[in-house]
Design a protein around this ligand. Structure first.
Ligand code: ZN
Length: 432
């Protein structure tokens, strides 16, 4: 029974953009949500996706090739408890994770089963923290508002209240121009009513995105919301990666079937991408590789638990497929055209950041040697197995030594970022 309830909650989570049909029964909104967010077709959102041809996903502006890198400016908005001011580490970890995941540099790609390896793809999308505000003035990349307000809602609560954190007038922070910036709100999503946190995050898809039966007419709520715990509780979080997938037009791999249909019906729902195997419904926090919830008539594959657009969790998710990547690049290029800068030259690759890190294991001092021309602005972060930062050190010399004397014996993760918070190096290290 508990499982059923859990599933129900998540199904409601999946449905929340389109499930609140009692639009007129909510009375007067108390806070700016007297708007019609949905296209009238949203009630048909669950119908099978319309496109079947991959050619419509292809980047369709001639100048954009597979080598083109998209660079997306990101601004964070923290609505935080007075005792817990915004933590720059949150931003560092978030950008490090997404920049690794969207350039397929994430260390856990080695966990992708070999049968899926030919389907995996590098999205070539880079996320850069803004260094100027909308008026061209220097910015540290985030805005903040100290407040005791939490923004969590119950699964069945009016959709209007889901977005309060996006409005100055509702206790939140109004976005920067959503056509030009990816806005990410970080706040408490704990429901004041039940004290529970139902969502790790949620996102808005692009207007007119294929495979979404509804779209947002209102750019004032466009962006991503994360619960403030997202980057404090684990050493690996793929939550923002998953939400950016939605923000760039991806559905869940299940195609989000309506709840409680029989398995044959549910398996007929799909994200309409050919290289993500069909799954009965979202897989909740399992890495069981024997799972094959939908038998495909031909060319059957097991559930792709490694896909970022399932719910399998951080231990399993590590991959976008080629068609997911094509669809995201298509959406970025055509449906969010003002958002990215296009870098047509070859993408920056890790070979530019060749480093020697030794010895490993170490006894308290770790050498970091840059092999390539060195510039200022690198920083080293070391996280323990709980994701807590235990060392933070600027790297000012091409040959540096990190002092790890204060660390107890065990495994740690070393991350080196440049001054754009792009991850340039990551390695597991052992302190002896
Ligand atoms: Zn999702």
């Amino acid at each position: 029974m508990r499982n059923v309830l859990k599933k129900l909650i998540y199904i409601l989570a999946v449905l929340f953009f389109g499930s609140f049909t009692d639009l007129n029964a909510q009375g007067q909104p108390n806070c700016g949500f007297n708007r019609d967010f949905f296209d009238s077709s949203y009630i048909h959102w669950y119908q099978k996706a319309v496109e079947a041809s991959t050619k419509t996903f292809l980047d369709n502006r001639g100048k954009v090739s597979r080598d083109t890198e998209f660079v997306v400016p990101v601004v964070f908005h923290f609505i935080h408890h007075p005792n817990f001011p915004p933590d720059k580490l949150f931003i560092v970890k978030a950008l490090a994770e997404i920049n690794a995941d969207f350039s397929r540099l994430n260390a856990d790609t080695i966990n992708l089963r070999s049968k899926f390896k030919s389907r995996a793809a590098n999205a070539k999308i880079r996320f850069v923290l803004v260094d100027k505000d909308q008026n061209g003035q220097p910015s540290n990349g985030y805005t903040a508002r100290s407040s005791l307000t939490t923004f969590g809602v119950e699964p069945y609560q009016s959709y209007r209240t889901w977005h309060n954190m996006k409005f100055d007038t509702c206790g939140g922070i109004s976005p920067w121009n959503t056509n030009k910036y990816l806005n990410i709100w970080v706040c408490s999503l704990k429901s004041p009513k039940s004290g529970r946190t139902y969502w790790a995050g949620f996102a808005t898809p692009p207007k007119n995105a294929p495979r979404w039966g509804m779209f947002y007419r209102d750019s004032s709520i466009d962006g991503i919301v994360l619960d403030q715990s997202t980057y404090s509780n684990s050493s690996r979080s793929s939550t923002l990666t998953h939400e950016i997938g939605h923000y760039l037009g991806l559905r869940h791999v299940s195609g989000d079937p309506p709840a409680f249909f029989d398995s044959a019906t549910m398996c007929s729902y799909d994200d309409s991408l050919f290289d993500t195997p069909r799954v009965l419904n979202q897989n909740y926090y399992t890495c069981d590789t024997t799972l094959n919830s939908c038998i495909e008539p031909t060319n059957d594959f097991p559930d792709m638990l490694e896909n970022f657009m399932d719910y399998t969790g951080d231990r399993c998710r590590n991959t976008f497929t080629k068609q997911q990547v094509s669809l995201m690049r298509y959406c970025l290029n055509t449906l969010r055209p003002q958002l990215p800068k296009l870098i047509v030259t070859k993408m920056v690759t890790t070979t530019l950041f060749l480093l020697d890190v030794y010895p490993n294991p170490n006894k308290g001092s770790l050498n970091v040697d840059f092999k390539d021309p060195f510039s200022q602005g690198y920083s080293a972060f070391i996280y323990d197995c709980l994701g807590r930062k235990v060392v933070e050190s600027p790297i000012t010399q091409p040959k540096s030594i990190l002092n790890l004397d204060g660390l107890s014996t065990g495994w740690y993760q070393l991350t080196i970022v440049n001054n754009q918070f792009e991850i340039v190096y990551r390695k597991s290290i052992y302190k002896d």
